[in-house]
Design a protein around this ligand. Structure first.
Ligand code: FPP
Length: 245
């Protein structure tokens, strides 16, 4: 098995981690941001090409106001503070999701960070911010319908490839591996289309406890898996009886 080209992480369990330690939920996010920093640096140094972090979903606006503003402040603080870290580690910063709904200061920093790192060719780091998989697919459909109405494409041109091309993640390969922490086993509106053949790795650890060693364990497990993409394996094994790949 080749190393994963794209790893996506649902960083879950910050609130529960903090509450279990008699802290406010926001303390979990503060610690979680430090873990995100460690994992990003570790990925850059391990030669992984693409890392996507689900940092704020379209549904996260429904959280208490103080929690949403803390998450926005954390983004501001870390984008300001780590601009040099990104450059020094050859990390290119991208986002997916509708950033136009984020506070103006966050938007400005995102624009600056993208501009300052766009020429870098090490790790492609993508933050999913105000991202929802259903919204992503809907957005792609609207664009495709507009193209059809303008006569630029015909109905026959609409296929999986075209849909992928109009998703916000079009600049990324589909995730090979999706990691979710905190023992929750669902996608929560992340990469719905893109995860068709992703491998999933779930761990009981909450995100603030997730270490670079845990990350390496996830990759090691991935490397031992047999990805068939619905086909039969090239070397026949007993598993070839499995119909679904
Ligand atoms: C899920 O934990 C986490 C989030 C919704 C936000 C993820 C954000 C961070 C890790 C901070 C990132 C900040 C930067 C700058 C990278 P949860 O709150 O849903 O936990 P719970 O399920 O225990 O409530």
């Amino acid at each position: 098995m080749n190393p994963p080209k794209h790893i996506a992480i649902i960083m879950d369990g910050n609130g529960r981690w903090a509450n279990a330690r008699k802290h406010n939920r926001v303390y979990g996010h503060i610690r979680g941001a430090k873990v995100a920093y460690n994992i990003i640096k570790h990925c850059a140094q391990s030669g992984i090409k693409n890392l996507t972090l689900f940092a704020f979903s379209t549904e996260n606006w429904q959280r208490p106001k103080n929690e949403v503003s803390l998450l926005m402040s954390l983004l501001i603080k870390h984008l300001k503070k780590e601009m040099k870290t990104l450059v020094d580690n050859n990390i290119k910063f991208n986002t997916i999701g509708d950033v136009s709904e984020l506070p103006p200061e966050v938007q400005e920093l995102i624009t600056d960070t993208k501009r300052n790192t766009q020429q870098l060719d090490g790790l492609n780091l993508t933050f999913a911010l105000n991202y929802g998989g259903q919204q992503d697919i809907l957005h792609a459909f609207k664009k495709i319908i507009a193209l059809k109405e303008e006569g630029k494409i015909s109905g026959d041109d609409i296929n999986q490839e075209l849909i992928s091309k109009y998703l916000q993640s079009a600049f990324l390969p589909n995730p090979d591996l999706i990691i979710r922490t905190s023992n929750e086993k669902r996608l929560s509106n992340f990469f719905l289309w893109q995860s068709a053949y992703s491998e999933f790795y779930f761990t009981e650890k909450c995100w603030p406890d997730f270490s670079t060693n845990d990350f390496d364990l996830a990759i090691a497990e991935y490397l031992g898996r047999n990805r068939r993409f619905g086909k039969v394996p090239s070397t026949p094994t007993r598993e070839s009886n499995n119909l679904y790949g």
